[in-house]
Design a protein around this ligand. Sequence first.
Ligand code: ARG
Length: 579
Amino acid sequence: MADVANPLSIVSDLLAPVFADIAGRPDADPVVRPSDRADAQVNGALPLAKQMGTNPREVAQRVVDSGVLADVCSEVEIAGPGFINLTFTDTFLAAQLQSVALDDRLGCPPASTPRTVVVDYSAPNVAKEMHVGHLRSTVIGDALVRLHEFAGHRVIRENHIGDWGRPFGMLIEHLLDLGEDVAAEGLGQGDLDGFYKAANAKFNESTEFQERARDRVVLLQARDPETIEIWQRLVDMSNTYFQGVYSRLGVLLTDDDLAGESGYQPLMEGAYERLGKAGLLEENDGAQVVFAPGFTNRDNEPLPLIVRSSAGAFMYATSDLACVLDRIERLHADLLLYVIGAPQAQHLQMVFTVAEMAGWLRPPAEAVHIAFGSVLGDDRKMLRSRSGDSVKLSDLLDEAVERAAAAVAEKNPELDADTRAEVARTIGIGAVKYADLSNDRIKDYVFDWDRMLAFEGNTAPYLQYAHARICSIFRRAGADRIDLHGLAIVLGQPQERELAKRLLAYPTVVAETLAAYAPHKLCTYLFELAQDFSTFYEHCQVMQADEPVRSSRLALCDVTARTLEQGLGLLGIDAPEAM
Ligand code: ARG
């Protein structure tokens, strides 16, 4: 991929031998970075001078005097204590962008060391409503899946649904009481909470029901065939509902990705024994626990990770430990991503630490908690529905599409009904996903319909419209997109230059987004790109320009549209050509 390098890495390659020569060693880094004042900045003279005990401005001067940047820079200027500010020549930028235009990956190199990545995401609980926390996990996880796949990693999606445990005793009994058809109807329509609440209410009222539920848990744990069959039906009904939400959201999860807690139950005994063999288990209040260094409770006492309760039961932590083993030893994964809300941070850190202590999780394999904050309402408290319940994800998606339909009707009244419905779906779902992704995931964010659906600002509708508007230029120009890829690019106006520079920064942003597991970085970039495009389009005629400028500007439009489409695609958001 050396031919589609970005300007910064080209400059870095040009300067590396100069720095090596001055330093007298091959690995002196020129430290080339983007700059606000110029096109790029070379910062490496400062650390190098410090090591050599010389004046950084003198080192910078030697770098400049080497003349290696003459072909690519129109200006090379030493600033402050010894920074070097670079201004690229227009021809250099144009040539780089031309090679990007010919590349399907728009300059993004594939990963040099592909990894096997497990992404644990979504993970709702059977017979419970998916709430906005699951929305965050689903949307962020799906973007990380797409980004890693794009980078050339082998990605395994795992939907770690909560499909096992004590509540299933009462849920199964409730299902039997209702009769399967009635239960199927309620659950199939997504009334998961109603089902759960009814079962729970019965449990609290009737001792007879309590007894049945307890016996049923015992049967379930013993894998009694009849019980397992009913349990499976319950799980299937919920999954049908989850799958409906996924397909509306346009996320990649399918039934094949289900890896529920139940699947790890048979593996827990083995994991437990291996912890014992490794000498990690200790008895604590009758329970079998592991003390991981560095974890303490509120009173600063060592905090145990309970692996087997005093009653002999395995725990959530045990299933997650078995799950780490499964991912490493069966799937041969070397990157384990857990897209789970911030409140589970300590649980996961303890599980990871114990897995390291046991020698299961060893470099280069690593586990990362992709934590995220809460979704808040106007009152800055956890988002709730008007009735005070947690918000049902499916209701939220309905409302998004409805509101988008109203906005589209206002913006574009001529659209026929079918197209309008399709556009409303794209905008509504895109808006919800983008609002989630464009905020730094670790922070809480306020769910605000008006803001996320606005056609101005850092929103999906703004970016989708920007993309569609560019596509309409091609239609008016009668241009075949593919023919635009090889056109010569000439940069004259400052707005063209800014746009070109922004487009050339795309691979760096994609890499940074991946490195920090931070989709909001890509969002910010796409927003800035759309703004740069609109400035360019305001100042520079495209269709009315004379050749060769007209072709060059069409090529700029084309690379912009492709970057918007690909960038949104990596986030799991559609960018239609017409809206
Ligand atoms: N089902 C859990 C919840 O809703 C999340 C499971 C996350 N994955 C895991 N490996 N623990 O909170």
